[in-house]
Design a protein around this ligand. Structure first.
Ligand code: 39S
Ligand code: MET
Ligand code: ZN
Length: 755
């Protein structure tokens, strides 16, 4: 029986990739040293898979920035604003596409969420003038040759053509589907080049887990028809949800291999797959960190193995392991009892091969037994079920889900209190997390400096941020979040029911990583979490400083969440903890409170039929966290990293007084939604793309604001960046915000005589 994973994390167990790429960007390392690191990381991944006992290694999942971007390059899909000749090497071109080119003043490609995950891919652009053809050299071929030269049995992996085309953006008149033919040809050429060196070629087609339109289905048929010479070797991987009815489409392509995500789909679907096909059973969860209940997994797959035969079944992870940390062994501070419950990528590879050995020769042994015991211990642990917390969630009332007055009345009260000008300016929360700030935090964590020294340093940083904002002339200030390693992890460290890792890094985009905390028990608040910092910041200035919290849905989505109670209940537990924090902030005289919910959109189920259920509890959780606030308290929220057009009505239902929302990178595409739906509350569509080192000009931001004013009333419009500034440098932030404030002033002159 073949065993494989859909993909393995590429960042390295100690984030070697991040360090190498950032050194290259800074000019501190040359290309060959970067490529050496790349090779070592690929070799590490293959060796790990092989040593764990997997029969195939997966090749092509490595990328220096993003694998979708690499595929765009392989297909020669380079937007015309970039000129290939301007860059010494494809690597430099790909970094410029991803990050924008500051010297030449060329904006980056857009970046957005990969399905319902916290991973971001670079959005390929389809221009009227684009012509898709396979590049002479592709990174995937290089990787396959390297793996072959090291003697591995190779399964190559590629973003599937339908998924690729579906996720690209049309920038002109030409519809995406008109590219299907060229895409099919390019893939066919690539497949013939790869086929001699691979046992399998995996096409990752998670788009099959979504509702497909009829043009999409036609495109599928026409593209896969062009790949018919290679059907014997193709393994189409559907993951992140049930393939459902799309199984017919998948089967019609005639491909021999079919991978399904059995953590998100029942086994019934397997009976629809003819017995001449090879089925890859994705039973080890690639999206979570819980140790697999191997006995349960064996029960699921045994009948299928018996029916189809060992030579026609493969065992696999549900999806790529890109979404989980690499090695549990590197965790030194997790309590032992929790560590027993977990498996990271390396451990998941071992689970897979143990499961295969169990199925082929009945092996059980100590590992098998300890997996069973761990599952049982977890079920019975006292922190997992706290009656007081369960009761509070059970007794939530409808009244707790609504503010006491409607928006119009609140707005008048708030305006009286705050006295803000037309087109108020603000930022999203974080200011640059300088290397120095991180160093100080690292020293505090290592016990090298005292808590007092740490706090004094952070207060100094807050004061500096307040003075900077006053000098810039911003209207609603923030404290800058220097004390937060991450907006989710920070709160997770303070909330019982959560635990955090020391090295559990997962790639978020490019070189940016996060350490998703783990929700293992009932979550509740044991002490105030932000009061000390926010009240200090407010004491320094007469302008309002926003209290800054991370919302319940984001706290849940950006964590590894327990699988034993409904997500809704976990969200409500967190919401109640936040509700108490909001009350404390108010009691301390804070009049503006922002509750960030950037992850609401990515939590949306991939199938429309499930949207309503999710959006109902997600918006209720936000309202539970925020609605305890008095009507005169201004509640803000913030969203980014996704397309929000299709859920704008639900966003309105959050009933936040003000929302700041990402819009600049997609040139205010968001505003299309306002033609069909009049957004009722105040809103600041971002005018400054914080993911690029480029400094936006006054004129550019002014133009975006004018565009916004076509659908948003002047009294409703706020002026702010797309997201927080933590990844930027002060040298970029200062001029950018100066320009942003100036753009707002220009508008005020026009609409209000400059008041
Ligand atoms: N959880 C989460 N998900 C999210 C986002 C988010 O903000 N949080 N935003 C979106 C993604 N955007 C992101 C933006 C920035 C970073 C980011 O800056 N990540 C940092 C790590 C942030 C962090 O946790 N920093 C820690 C640890 C820092 C660190 O690396 N320390 C050094 C030691 C420092 C020293 O001694 O010099 C080390 O371990 O090597 C801290 O500040 O304390 C990075 O990759 O560089 C991540 C995601 C969507 N998903
Ligand atoms: C990813 S959303 C970020 C919101 C947070 N308040 C920040 O400014 O960093
Ligand atoms: Zn954001």
């Amino acid at each position: 029986m073949e065993t494989h994973v859909i993909g393995f994390p590429r960042i390295g167990a100690r984030r070697e990739l991040k360090k190498a790429v950032e050194a290259y960007w800074k000019g501190a390392a040359d290309r060959s040293s970067l490529e050496d690191t790349g090779k070592r990381l690929m070799e590490y991944a293959w060796k790990t898979q092989k040593e764990a006992g997997l029969s195939l290694v997966t090749v092509g999942d490595f990328s220096y920035y993003d694998h979708i971007l690499d595929m765009a390059l392989a297909l020669s899909l380079i937007p015309s604003r970039f000129r290939k000749e301007d860059y010494p090497h494809d690597l430099d071109l790909s970094f410029a596409l991803a990050r924008g080119d500051r010297e030449r003043n060329i904006p980056a490609l857009d970046m957005t969420k990969w399905f319902d995950t916290n991973y971001h891919y670079i959005v390929p652009e389809l221009e009227d003038s684009s012509s898709i053809r396979l590049a002479e050299h592709t990174r995937i071929e290089e990787q396959v040759h390297l793996a072959r030269s090291l003697g591995y049995r190779v399964k190559a992996t590629l973003p599937g053509p339908l998924t690729f085309l579906s996720l690209a953006r049309e920038t002109g008149e030409r519809p995406r589907w008109s590219f299907a033919d060229e895409v099919g040809k390019a893939y066919a050429t690539l497949l013939s080049r790869l086929a001699p060196h691979c046992e399998w070629i995996q096409m990752e087609e998670p788009i099959l887990a979504t509702d497909l339109s009829s043009p999409q289905k036609q495109a599928w048929a026409s593209i896969y028809a062009q790949l018919s010479d290679h059907t014997e070797r193709i393994l189409v991987a559907c993951y992140f949800g049930p393939v459902g009815e799309n199984i017919e489409l998948l089967l019609s392509s005639g491909v021999r291999g079919i991978h399904l995500d059995l953590t998100r789909e029942g086994v019934e679907v397997l009976s629809r797959i003819p017995e001449d096909r090879v089925v890859s059973l994705g039973v080890i969860d690639g999206r979570n960190v819980w140790r697999t209940d191997l006995e349960a997994a064996a029960r699921i797959v045994e009948p299928e193995v018996a029916r189809r035969g060992e030579d026609k079944t493969m065992l696999s992870s549900s999806c790529s392991l890109l979404h989980v940390p690499i090695d549990l062994e590197l965790e030194t501070t997790l309590p032992d009892y929790i560590k027993e419950w977990l498996a990271f990528a390396v451990q998941k590879c071992r689970e897979l091969s143990l499961l295969a050995r169990h199925l082929t020769n009945g092996e059980t042994g100590p590992e098998w037994e300890s997996a069973r015991k761990a599952a049982e211990a977890r079920r019975r642990h006292p922190e997992v079920m706290i009656p007081r917390v369960r009761e509070r969630v059970a007794s939530v009332t409808g009244a707790q889900l609504a503010r006491s007055l409607p928006f119009a009345d609140r707005k008048a009260l708030q305006q009286e209190k705050l006295g803000l000008p037309l087109f108020p300016t603000t930022t999203i929360g974080s200011f640059p997390q300088t290397p120095e700030i991180r160093k100080v935090r690292a020293r505090f964590k290592r016990g090298e400096i005292s808590r007092e020294e740490y706090e004094t340093y952070m207060e100094g940083e807050i004061e500096r941020v307040i003075r900077e904002q006053e000098a810039l002339g911003l209207d609603v200030l923030v404290h800058g979040e220097p004390e937060r390693n991450d907006m989710v992890e920070y709160f997770a460290e303070l909330l019982p029911g959560y635990c955090t890792t020391t090295n559990g890094w997962v790639q978020s985009y490019g070189t940016r990583c996060v350490k998703p905390p783990i929700i293992y028990g009932d979550v509740h608040r044991s002490e105030p979490m932000t009061i000390r910092w926010i009240t200090y910041a407010q004491s320094l200035t007469s302008r309002p400083v926003k209290g800054m919290l991370t919302g319940p849905v984001t706290m849940l989505k950006w964590s590894f969440v327990r699988d034993d109670i409904p997500a809704r209940d976990v969200a409500f537990q967190i919401a109640l903890a936040l509700r108490d924090e909001v009350a404390d902030l108010e009691a301390q005289g804070i009049t503006v409170i922002q509750i960030d919910e950037p992850a609401i959109r990515e939590g949306l189920p991939l199938r429309r039929t499930q949207w309503e259920e999710y959006l109902t509890w997600a918006t209720d959780a936000f309202r539970l966290a925020s609605s305890g606030a008095a009507p005169g308290t201004q509640i803000h929220t913030h969203m980014c990293y996704s397309d929000f057009e299709d859920i704008i009505e639900w966003i309105a239902r959050l009933d936040a007084d003000v929302i700041s929302i990402e819009a600049s990178r997609s040139d205010m595409q968001l505003l299309e939604a306002f033609h069909r739906f009049e957004y009722p509350n105040d809103i600041g569509p971002g005018v400054y793309d914080v993911h690029s080192p480029r400094i936006p000009g006054i004129e550019e931001m002014y133009r975006l604001l004018k565009k916004a004013l076509e659908v948003i009333a002047p009294g409703q419009l706020w002026v702010n960046p797309d997201c927080g500034l933590k990844t930027r440098a002060w040298e970029e932030v200062r001029p950018s915000l100066t320009n942003m404030v100036e753009a707002a002033r220009r508008l005020r002159k026009e609409y209000d005589g400059g008041k």
